[in-house]
Design a protein around this ligand. Structure first.
Ligand code: FES
Length: 159
C-alpha cells in the first residue's frame, strides 16, 4: 500500500515538473516564434501616402515627371526602390498620377512633347497624354495612382 502511494507521488511530481517546464517553454517559445515570423505576416508598408514634390512643378497640360525613393519590406528584406510618376493637370486643381511603366512588358515610357505622347521604346507603343493606349501592343492604359494635394505638395498612395 505504501509502495503504491510512493509511485503516485512520484508520478505526480514527474507530471508537475513536465507541466511547469512546458509553461516556461511556452512563455519563452511563443514570443520568440512570433518575433521570427512577424516580418512574413506584416502588410506591405508601401501603402502610405508618398510625397512627390511641389505642385508648382507641374506644368498645365503637360505630364511632369516626379522621381522619389521608397523603402519596400518583404519579409526580412528591405530594399530601396525608385518611383517615377508622371503627373498631369489641365486646371491646376485636379491631378492624374500615372506610372511610367509600360503595361505591355514593363519597360519605362517617356513623354515626347513634340508628339504629345508617351513613347515606349521596347515595342514602339504610344500612350496619350492621359495614359490611354494609342498604338502598339499594351493591353491597357498606364496604371494610375490615387493622388492628393496638401499644403502645396503632391502625394500618391502606395507604390
Ligand atoms: S514593353 Fe512597352 S510596348 Fe512592349
Amino acid at each position: 500500500m505504501n509502495e503504491k502511494k510512493e509511485i503516485d507521488r512520484r508520478s505526480f511530481l514527474g507530471m508537475a515538473t513536465w507541466a511547469i517546464g512546458g509553461l516556461i517553454g511556452a512563455g519563452f517559445g511563443i514570443p520568440a516564434i512570433a518575433y521570427i515570423i512577424s516580418p512574413a505576416t506584416r502588410k506591405d508598408e508601401a501603402q502610405d501616402w508618398i510625397r512627390l514634390g511641389s505642385v508648382s512643378k507641374v506644368e498645365l497640360g503637360t505630364p511632369t515627371l516626379f522621381k522619389t525613393k521608397i523603402e519596400r519590406q518583404t519579409g526580412w528584406i528591405t530594399k530601396e526602390e525608385e518611383l517615377s510618376i508622371y503627373v498631369l493637370t489641365e486646371n491646376g486643381r485636379d491631378f492624374v498620377a500615372m506610372s511610367n511603366i509600360c503595361t505591355h512588358l514593363g519597360c519605362r515610357v517617356r513623354w515626347i512633347s513634340d508628339q504629345e505622347q508617351f513613347f515606349c521604346p521596347c515595342h514602339n507603343a504610344g500612350f496619350s497624354k492621359s495614359g490611354e493606349v494609342v498604338s502598339g501592343p499594351p493591353p491597357r492604359p498606364l496604371d494610375q495612382y490615387q493622388v492628393k494635394e496638401e499644403d502645396g505638395q503632391l502625394y500618391v498612395l502606395g507604390g
